[in-house]
Structures are given as structure tokens and as C-alpha cells.
Design a protein around this ligand. Structure first.
Ligand SMILES: NC(=O)c1ccc[n+]([C@@H]2O[C@H](COP(=O)([O-])OP(=O)(O)OC[C@H]3O[C@@H](n4cnc5c(N)ncnc54)[C@H](OP(=O)(O)O)[C@@H]3O)[C@@H](O)[C@H]2O)c1
Length: 316
């Protein structure tokens, strides 16, 4: 396993981070709980020391699943857990909400206490706001509350998770010095975070946590992938609809560039996501031990050449 500095914090995290969203049955459908335990344990045994979850995933059940695995002797001391708290009001766009309506301090405190109970932890390594609107930098008491929780020892570091397609919405908060990390989507298909946000994070020492490096699985997919997804899997509609044509063209271009099977393409996608020097950890959603092993292997391969990276940047 390879490790990298977590921004300016002085902490080293595994380049492969464990993403747990695919265990959220309300979005991804059913999964095998025993295999989930095995996959998480296999990842931690292979040296993965960073895992990301959220209070909203299956209404806390994914935090609870992770908590059961963390209970095994010694695991919780080796693994850094990041979680996220959703806004109190979820059906209004963040930028239309006052910070005090999205993240009132009392709500945040109760939500952190609940996450700690679910995770069976006394302290969460990284607490992220699951949604972010730039206006909140100047509003509400969320920051005071999070700083209090940090002083009390319930939280290690603070972060925000940036909305898909809006990496620049985090620029001001990164510059403010109030957060230690940003979580943002970045992959071969969606490369927008590399334009402005990554250089700014490098300059300020704010850690970048990359999410969705496999384009939700599409980058490691075979030709019948979409048809084989379960009926309750959100990706069926998402990739079957507006994205299907763009994605087909993209896959064609990727296959021309890399004449290899889907496992090699997934490995290439992960190495691409990890290649930017601003990136601290690449979160990959993994429901099986096989994926854990493949992805761990992919991220210990040598860095991609500059020539290859240049070609891959043109795909985005
Ligand atoms: N708003 C937010 O804060 C937010 C949003 C999205 C994600 N995240 C975080 O980022 C993590 C990563 O993103 P993600 O899980 O959405 O997307 P992802 O990592 O791009 O894709 C995950 C899916 O890729 C497939 N996969 C994994 N390894 C593979 C391999 N070696 N070969 C082929 N397919 C493979 C699996 O699909 P199957 O399970 O179908 O096999 C898996 O569920 C999440 O789990 C979550 O922790 C946060």
C-alpha cells in the first residue's frame, strides 16, 4: 500500500481510500453483508487506513455496518474514519438556504454524537459537511460548533464535500483556512476539479479527497454492465438516460487508447485519479473482496508516464 500526506496535517493516509456509499441500499440496492465485512477487513489488512462514510447513507446503517467492522481488535486504532453530516433541510438547493437553516450548531452537535454512536467511536478523524454553499462561509454558527467539537475531542479535522460539477464552489472556503480537506469528484470523464481547485489546494495545503474515480463503476464495466445492474440501482437510470451517448463515445475513445480488458481500464482510471500531486487519497466504492484486491494492486503500480497522462487529460 502507498501512503501520502493528508494536506498540511502531517498525517499519512493510504492512496486507496475505502468508499462506503455502495453499501447504501436506498441508492444501490441489495448487497451481501458478509462479503461487505470481508471486503472491509481485507482492505484494512492490506493497509488501507482511510475510510469514508456518511450519516445519510441508508439513514445511518452504513455507519453502523462500518462500526461493527471497526469493533474488531486493533482496527479502530489503525483506520482513520471520515463521515459527513447532511444539511438539516435536504430538499432545498444549498445556495438557497441560510447556513443557520442548513447547519444550525445544535443540529450539528447532535448529528456528530449520533454518528459517533453508530460508528462506535469516540472521535471521528474527519468531519465533512455533506453539502456546501459558498455563502455559508459568512453565515451561521456551524464553524464555531465544529471548532468546539474539535476542542472537545470528538472531531479531528474539518472538511467539506463539494457538489458534483461545482468544484470551484469550494475555492473561498479553501482559501479561508477553516477546512483541512475537500472531497470532490474526479475521474477520466469528469476532470473539472483539476483546473482551479487542485492547484489552490496544493498552494494552501488543503487535502484533496477524490471520489467516484471509476465513474460509479462505469470505467471498469463490460458491455452488458448497465443491463446487469439491479432494478433498485440508481446507476441504471442515470447512465441509461442523459449520459448514455456521451459515455459510449467516451468508452470508444478509451478503448482506442488502451487496448485492454475492463480490469486494466479500471486500474488505469485509478492511477489517473491518483496521479495529480494535490490528491491525498482516492476513495473507491468496493462491495467485494475481489475489487479491494484489484484496486489495491492498481494503486501500487508505478505512476503513469507524462505522455499517457497527457492523452488521458484530453479524454475529459
Ligand atoms: N457527495 C458525496 O460526498 C459523495 C458522492 C459520491 C461518492 N462519495 C464517496 O466516494 C466514494 C467513491 O465513489 P463511488 O463509490 O460513488 O464511485 P466509484 O468509486 O467510482 O465506483 C464504485 C463502483 O465501482 C465498481 N468497482 C469498484 N472496483 C472495481 C473494479 N476494480 N473493477 C470494476 N468495477 C469496480 C463497483 O461497482 P459494483 O458494486 O456494481 O460492482 C463499485 O460499487 C463513495 O463510496 C463515497 O464514500 C461521496
Amino acid at each position: 500500500m502507498q501512503y501520502r500526506p493528508f494536506g498540511r496535517t502531517g498525517i499519512q493516509l493510504s492512496t486507496l481510500g475505502y468508499g462506503t456509499w455502495p453499501f447504501a441500499r436506498d441508492w444501490w440496492g441489495r448487497y451481501d453483508e458478509q462479503e461487505a465485512h470481508r471486503a472491509l477487513r481485507a482492505a484494512f489488512a492490506l493497509g488501507v487506513n482511510f475510510v469514508d462514510t456518511a450519516a445519510a447513507y441508508d439513514d445511518g446503517r452504513v455507519e453502523a455496518l462500518l462500526g461493527r467492522v471497526l469493533r474488531a481488535k486493533g482496527v479502530a486504532t489503525r483506520v482513520s474514519v471520515a463521515t459527513k453530516i447532511p444539511p438539516l433541510i435536504r430538499d432545498v438547493a444549498p445556495d438557497r438556504l441560510h447556513a443557520q437553516d442548513a447547519y444550525p450548531g445544535r443540529y450539528l452537535r447532535l448529528a456528530v454524537e449520533k454518528s459517533l454512536r453508530m460508528l462506535r467511536l469516540e472521535r471521528v478523524f474527519l468531519l465533512q459537511l455533506h453539502a456546501w454553499a459558498p455563502r455559508w462561509l459568512r453565515e451561521g454558527n456551524w464553524l464555531e460548533t465544529l471548532l468546539e467539537l474539535r476542542a472537545e475531542g470528538s472531531i479531528g479535522f474539518l472538511g467539506v464535500s463539494v457538489a458534483d460539477g461545482e468544484p470551484d464552489s469550494a475555492r473561498e472556503v479553501v482559501q479561508s483556512g477553516h477546512v483541512d480537506a475537500v472531497q470532490v469528484r474526479y475521474n477520466l470523464y469528469w476532470q473539472e476539479a483539476a483546473s482551479n481547485l487542485f492547484p489552490l489546494c496544493e498552494k494552501t495545503g488543503v487535502a484533496v479527497i477524490v471520489r467516484s474515480p471509476l465513474l460509479e463503476g462505469a470505467l471498469g464495466a463490460g458491455p452488458t454492465w448497465l443491463q446487469r445492474l439491479g432494478t433498485a440501482d440508481w446507476r441504471r437510470d442515470f447512465f441509461g438516460g442523459a449520459y448514455s451517448h456521451g459515455l459510449q463515445r467516451f468508452h470508444g475513445a478509451l478503448k482506442t487508447l488502451c487496448q485492454s480488458g475492463r480490469h486494466q481500464r479500471a486500474a488505469l482510471a485509478l492511477r489517473f485519479a491518483a496521479a495529480h500531486p494535490a490528491v491525498s487519497s482516492v476513495l473507491v466504492g468496493m462491495r467485494t473482496t475481489t475489487h479491494v484486491r484489484l484496486n489495491a494492486r492498481a494503486l501500487t503500480k508505478p505512476p503513469l508516464t507524462i505522455g499517457m497522462l497527457r492523452q488521458l487529460h484530453h479524454l475529459g
